[in-house]
Design a protein around this ligand. Structure first.
Ligand SMILES: CCCCCCCC/C=C\CCCC(=O)SCCNC(=O)CCNC(=O)[C@H](O)C(C)(C)COP(=O)(O)OP(=O)(O)OC[C@H]1O[C@@H](n2cnc3c(N)ncnc32)[C@H](O)[C@@H]1OP(=O)(O)O
Ligand SMILES: Cc1cc2nc3c(=O)[nH]c(=O)nc-3n(C[C@H](O)[C@H](O)[C@H](O)COP(=O)(O)OP(=O)(O)OC[C@H]3O[C@@H](n4cnc5c(N)ncnc54)[C@H](O)[C@@H]3O)c2cc1C
Length: 556
């Protein structure tokens, strides 16, 4: 995040000064924004940067215990520099959060500089190799030119020039949220690879006396656990491509001072980061548990995969908070639509009258037709967004201010943002396959995946569709069965579909997911290398167990 921030927030002179040092690894930096007391609420950050016009320097301070920077990756022992987000004060006025490049450690002996107290925050649930750290600043001075001034400036005499948009400071976070959508796709693809390969190797139980134990991948319940997640991994692959394309287009516009789509990008990236990381987080556990006891071994790769992925639901914007950000924008879009404004592409459906399109229960609808089902996802999203938006309006009519009305409706707002994100993902998956240049055989296999994703998405949220009369109960049951009917068809290509992710064994880091399927021999080999097995009799025997046993044996 250090380099992307410099690339997005530096003037051209600052780029020339800082970026070559980064690219040549002459300095290593971190993104120091979160503090002990604040991670979500950025306007509440307490680190200060006071401008001194006499020396043309900023004086940085951590005024309180809660203002100590806390969590930034590689801050503890590795980074020589940081982008520090601090409240800018100049000529006695506070101008809010701004980014500053701060050198933390000497480039000669790596010792912290004067006014810098820095260290590791201690062991975490995962991310073991990462020295997430703390930073306490005490009257630490940096040159005026170390404030990143592409969008806002402080002149030598302390005069402040504000940015065209205050939220341009938040740009790096949007970029990383887009990356996390990709990270979700990769993590779910890895977990699906491990679980499906292992399920093809593992044989268990005797269905009928005398018959060979079946591969657990042949059990419909195992297929029902794993194949919708496999399809989700493919769905997230295509949606991260679409998300990155939108990010790149909007970022190009921003670089040309066109800020018209910055809100739409923020809302979409927030919703997709939250939706994909939540779904992937839950999916990793389903994959682990589908591998029985060996799934719980470090040898499976699942413990580290989960422990390293799960903070994706928290960092770069806690998921609930981001869903509320997305919903806040959707509510504004409903208002804009009602006032006759044209809505941007990803939300234009909110100005359509989808309610007239479908009414649940009418017979003869083709419930296997993906285009038709995507229109039901659209209706579900539109209904939920309008329902939540009406809740906000009723709150305001009852005398609440906007903040109070949004907070009061927040549970429904999160549901609406989830439905919006789900619609975008399902639609993108189906549309991406139409554009794919592939053989008819491959198109058929991918269509099976898209179908099971769409069917199972409705089955798992059928209440949404039935409550709004989008589907009748019997139609929802039919769609649920359509998903189950697809499972044996997907079974035929399941291993090939995970092989297609092409994870090398060294990357997958899983004995269960080995490409050669040679699991048991390698599990035993892995166990032999366990530190506990360095000696047959563990040294602790002589200190504890031995004396205990001997003492008790003498009593026999
Ligand atoms: C294969 C690749 C794998 C990649 C893996 C990546 C690994 C990365 C590993 C670790 C990295 C983790 C790093 C971090 O965690 S860095 C710290 C992250 N912190 C956050 O994300 C903080 C979250 N909080 C916020 O963003 C904000 O506080 C807020 C929640 C959005 C609230 O903002 P604010 O207090 O200003 O209040 P408002 O809600 O009123 O917003 C005001 C208006 O600003 C608009 N807004 C907010 N954010 C943005 C944005 N990013 N872009 C554009 N616009 C934004 C908001 O919509 C409001 O607009 P309005 O018009 O409605 O007034
Ligand atoms: C592994 C890891 C790496 C990290 N790396 C970095 C880094 O490199 N740089 C950096 O600056 N930070 C980093 N962070 C910090 C991270 O960005 C924050 O932890 C994250 O933004 C969440 O903020 P928080 O901890 O304040 O959570 P909180 O906001 O305190 O969340 C606690 C609960 O409060 C709820 N909540 C908060 N606000 C609202 C609201 N308005 N409405 C409803 N509910 C609300 C949340 O939904 C959540 O359930 C990292 C964190 C982790 C775990």
């Amino acid at each position: 995040m250090f380099i992307p921030t410099l690339e997005r927030q530096c003037t051209s002179e600052q780029r020339e000064k800082f970026l070559p040092l980064c690219y040549d690894y002459r300095i290593i930096g971190t993104y120091a924004q979160t503090e002990l007391g604040h991670g979500t609420f950025l306007r509440g950050l307490e680190t200060t940067a006071h401008y001194d016009p006499n020396t043309q320097e900023f004086i940085l301070n951590s005024p309180t215990i809660s203002s100590i920077k806390w969590w930034p990756g590689a801050l503890g022992k590795t980074s020589t520099h940081a982008v520090v987000l601090a409240q800018l004060y100049t000529l006695g006025k506070c101008h809010g959060i701004h980014p500053f490049v701060v050198q933390l450690r000497s480039l000669d002996d790596h010792k912290p500089l004067r006014g810098i107290t820095v260290g590791d925050i201690g062991p975490k649930m995962g991310f073991g190799p990462n020295d997430n750290g703390y930073l306490k600043l005490h009257k630490h001075r940096i040159p005026r030119t170390n404030m990143l001034m592409k969008y806002s400036q402080v002149s030598p005499d302390g005069t402040y020039t504000k940015p065209p948009r205050s939220t341009l400071t938040y740009g790096t976070m949007t970029f990383v949220r887009v990356l996390i959508v990709h990270g979700s796709a990769i993590a779910l693809a890895k977990a699906s690879t491990i679980a499906i390969r292992y399920s093809a190797v593992r044989r268990q139980s005797e269905l009928r006396p005398g018959e060979p134990e079946p591969q657990i991948l042949s059990y419909p319940t195992q297929q029902h656990k794993l194949f919708p997640l496999l399809a989700t991994a493919y769905a997230f692959h295509f949606v991260q491509l679409a998300m990155m394309k939108i990010y790149t287009d909007v970022n190009d516009q921003i670089n040309n001072s066109n800020f018209s789509r910055i809100q739409e990008l923020h809302a979409l990236s927030s919703g997709l980061k939250a939706f994909t990381s939540w779904v992937t987080n839950a999916g990793l556990e389903v994959c682990r548990m589908s591998c029985g006891g060996h799934g719980y071994s470090q040898a499976s790769g699942f413990p580290r995969l989960y422990a390293d992925f799960t903070p994706s639901c928290t960092y770069e914007g806690e998921n609930t908070v981001l869903m509320l950000q997305s919903a806040r924008y959707l509510v504004k879009c409903v208002r804009d639509a009602r006032s006759g404004k044209t809505l941007p592409g990803t939300v234009s459906y909110l100005s359509e009258d989808v309610s007239a399109v479908h009414s649940g229960g009418s017979s003869g609808r083709d419930l296997s037709n993906l285009d038709f089902l995507i229109s039901l996802y659209k209706q579900r999203a539109s209904n939920q967004v309008h329902f939540a938006s009406d809740k906000v309006d009723r709150g305001i009519s009852a005398g609440m201010d906007l903040v109070g009305a949004l907070n009061s409706a927040s549970v429904h707002l999160v549901s609406a943002a989830k439905a919006h994100s789900h619609y975008f993902i399902a639609k993108t998956f189906v549309e991406s396959l139409k554009l794919l240049k592939a053989s008819s055989e491959l198109q058929n296999v991918l269509h099976q995946l898209a179908s099971v994703y769409v069917f199972e998405g409705i089955a798992q949220s059928s209440g949404d569709f039935i409550e709004d009369y989008i589907l009748s109960g019997s139609e929802a049951k039919t769609i649920r069965q359509l998903a189950v009917d697809l499972l044996p068809l997907i079974r035929v290509n399941a291993v090939s579909l995970v092989d297609a992710f092409s994870f090398r064994d060294e990357v997958l880091q899983s004995v269960l997911g080995r490409y050669d399927g040679n699991v048991y021999e390698n599990l035993f080999k892995w166990a032999q290398n366990s530190p506990l097995n360095k000696t047959d009799v563990h040294p602790s025997y002589h200190k504890y167990l031995g004396p205990l046993l001997k003492r008790n044996q003498s009593k026999l």
